[in-house]
Design a protein around this ligand. Structure first.
Ligand SMILES: *[C@@H]1O[C@H](CO)[C@@H](O)[C@H](O)[C@H]1NC(C)=O
Ligand SMILES: *[C@@H]1O[C@H](CO)[C@@H](O)[C@H](O)[C@H]1NC(C)=O
Ligand SMILES: *[C@@H]1O[C@H](CO)[C@@H](O)[C@H](O)[C@H]1NC(C)=O
Ligand SMILES: *[C@@H]1O[C@H](CO)[C@@H](O)[C@H](O)[C@H]1NC(C)=O
Ligand SMILES: *[C@@H]1O[C@H](CO)[C@@H](O)[C@H](O)[C@H]1NC(C)=O
Ligand SMILES: *[C@@H]1O[C@H](CO)[C@@H](O)[C@H](O)[C@H]1NC(C)=O
Ligand SMILES: *[C@@H]1O[C@H](CO)[C@@H](O)[C@H](O)[C@H]1NC(C)=O
Ligand SMILES: CC(=O)N[C@H]1CO[C@H](CO)[C@@H](O)[C@@H]1O
Length: 493
């Protein structure tokens, strides 16, 4: 997740180029910043707008500077204004010159704007990331920033009467739908790609979809069975020090695993399942333009290893998948020490490794959304090593005693009441979803009303429709882009 733009999405960080999207824990490669991207031309410069720290308290006059970008190359006077909403990581200006939305902008004569989400990247509302300061980090505050941005730009750039369309993917896809829902007088239509609109404490279905996706690989059920055998062999070995000694080396751990530390063991097992989740979530996505690495590793690559008997027992193949992922992200070893991960996420400085988004996104999951990708479903093949209690423990260890499961449950329930969850009632919002992306489970996948169409993309992963078109795109993806375009043209006419 190299962070990227809108579709950082989710790697917990979708943020880094890690395979850990939306996973708790330390992403592959650590908490990296935006990658260097290969673009010959000049990218739009950073611009700044003054925003209020607390949009909902008139007595609090504190302000801060929010970063945004403009590309007016395609704009034809009176044309639409496209607003790309930043998500849980730095806004990557590469999106200002490429991606499906830019193609649409050129066809529709649109002005393109992208706004970085408060608390991510360089948009710093407070002097640090203390728990007290994080109280102003919420989706509602972010939407209010966007509303103010809309009003300000309308005046500054003379856009009275122009129709605005919001775009986003993953968390920012939800924001895009919610923008149209809460500010329909400002935003005329929205594209909400791979948007998890339903908040959920225990997102155990995530790994069910990972399993379903493995079933679409060439090796199909053989691959799923091999993963299942690998995780049960591994869990058995973790209970037997002699057996574990024999296999420990194959997992390239940075330091020996302490078998009596349940949190280290859970972290280890979660990281290994994350090897699969990361590849599934971004399978074949055309992400190289934003600096993502490992884009040539697909479901078939992993399943080839899992079904290769010459590698040895299933658990040895599982270890080989891990070696491949470590090598791809140029990591020397797998760091599973729970305390190391927590220490990184407890740092409150903007310049700390998790300060570009990891600490902030984890905070949002621990207060508003849940989304914990646990091992609690009994039909998935990744074992039972990282239950809900493990995710909750992380919230508590990172944010302290202000966190409680009860408060989080109230926050999740409030999000669903406030936005509608699966029952969201907006209009002129299109919801693309990829059939193998685990996030579609929390999204709108059935036409809700005539004006809330779902676009189903058979065979694609997270946010596929947002990436630049490629000659290898499946027909379903080509068709999805056309459908999205037709909806927008119809809604704006
Ligand atoms: C827009 O924001 C700028 C500061 O970024 C401020 O100076 C200006 O007054 C604002 N304009 C409107 C119309 O709110
Ligand atoms: C806008 O994007 C187009 C398409 O990539 C690019 O050619 C142009 O230079 C960009 N304009 C600005 C102002 O960045
Ligand atoms: C642990 O594994 C070793 C080697 O496979 C085996 O000989 C031993 O019986 C096992 N111990 C237990 C308690 O299962
Ligand atoms: C292993 O973990 C247990 C439980 O957390 C702890 O008490 C013990 O000190 C740890 N051992 C080592 C060598 O770190
Ligand atoms: C992916 O590409 C990298 C760099 O181009 C290469 O070293 C690696 O072997 C490739 N991996 C696979 C699985 O094709
Ligand atoms: C959703 O509605 C569109 C027309 O608005 C239709 O073309 C499409 O087939 C519908 N999809 C489903 C799954 O019903
Ligand atoms: C999706 O694609 C697969 C493989 O191309 C095909 O077998 C399947 O029938 C398709 N499903 C739908 C719903 O179109
Ligand atoms: C996997 C999945 O949920 N796909 C759905 C995506 O949306 C289409 C269109 O509404 C549905 O038909 C699919 O079932």
């Amino acid at each position: 997740m190299n962070f990227t733009g809108p579709c950082i999405l989710l790697l917990f960080l979708g943020l880094t180029s890690s395979t850990k999207l939306f996973h708790h824990g330390r992403p592959r490669g650590g908490f990296l910043g935006s990658p260097k991207v290969a673009y010959e031309g000049e990218l739009p410069k950073d611009q700044w707008i003054t925003q209020k720290l607390d949009n909902f308290n008139d007595a609090d006059l504190r302000t801060w500077s929010q970063r945004y970008f403009v590309n007016d190359t395609f704009y034809k006077s009176g044309g639409p204004v496209f607003l790309m909403i930043g998500g849980e990581g730095p806004a990557n200006p590469i999106w200002m010159v490429t991606g499906t939305w830019m193609d649409l902008a050129s066809k529709m004569g649109a002005l393109c704007l992208m706004v970085e989400h408060r608390y991510y990247g360089q948009s710093h509302p407070t002097n640090d990331l203390s728990v007290d300061n994080l109280q102003y980090l919420s989706s509602e505050q972010a939407l209010a920033d966007l509303a103010n941005f809309q009003a300000n730009m309308t005046q500054k750039m003379g856009l009275t009467g122009n129709k605005w369309v919001s775009f986003g993917g993953s968390y920012s896809g939800s924001l895009s739908a919610w923008m149209r829902l809460k500010y329909p007088h400002l935003i005329s239509a929205a594209v909400a790609t791979s948007a998890p609109v339903q908040s959920k404490l225990n997102f155990k279905e995530y790994f069910d979809v990972v399993k379903a996706s493995l079933l679409t690989s060439k090796q199909s059920a053989t691959c799923v069975q091999a993963v299942k055998s690998a995780t049960s062999q591994l869990q058995a070995a973790l209970m037997n020090a002699t057996e574990w000694k024999d296999m420990e080396k194959s997992f390239s751990l940075c330091s020996p695993l302490n078998l009596s530390n349940v949190l280290d063991v859970a972290n280890f097992l979660e990281s290994l399942s994350g090897n699969f989740a990361g590849v599934v979530q971004y399978n074949k996505d055309n992400r190289a333009f934003e600096g993502a690495v490992g884009t040539n590793i697909t479901l078939d690559t992993l399943c080839d290893i899992m079904t290769d008997q010459s590698v040895g027992k299933e658990v040895s193949r599982y270890a080989q998948v891990n070696s491949l992922i470590l090598k791809t992200y140029q990591e020397k070893c797998l760091d599973c020490k729970y305390q190391d991960m927590i220490s990184e996420l407890k740092e409150i400085s903007w310049t700390s490794s998790a300060g570009i988004g990891g600490r902030q996104w984890t905070y949002q999951t621990c207060t508003e959304f849940g989304f914990f990708q646990t091992s609690d479903s009994t039909v998935q093949p990744f074992g039972e090593g990282f239950p809900l209690t493990f995710s909750l423990q992380q919230c508590l260890d990172i944010y302290g005693s202000k966190f409680s499961q009860e408060n989080l449950e109230k926050g999740i329930s409030r999000s669903n009441t406030y936005y509608g969850g699966y029952g969201i009632q907006a209009s002129k919002v299109v919801y693309p979803n990829g059939s193998i992306d685990p996030w579609h489970f929390l999204g709108i996948t059935k036409n809700a009303t005539n004006e809330q169409p779902a676009v189903f993309i058979n065979g694609t992963a997270h946010c596929a429709d947002m990436y630049p078109a490629s000659s290898t795109d499946p027909a379903s993806l080509v068709k999805a882009r056309e459908d999205i375009q037709s909806y927008l043209i119809a809604w704006l006419s």
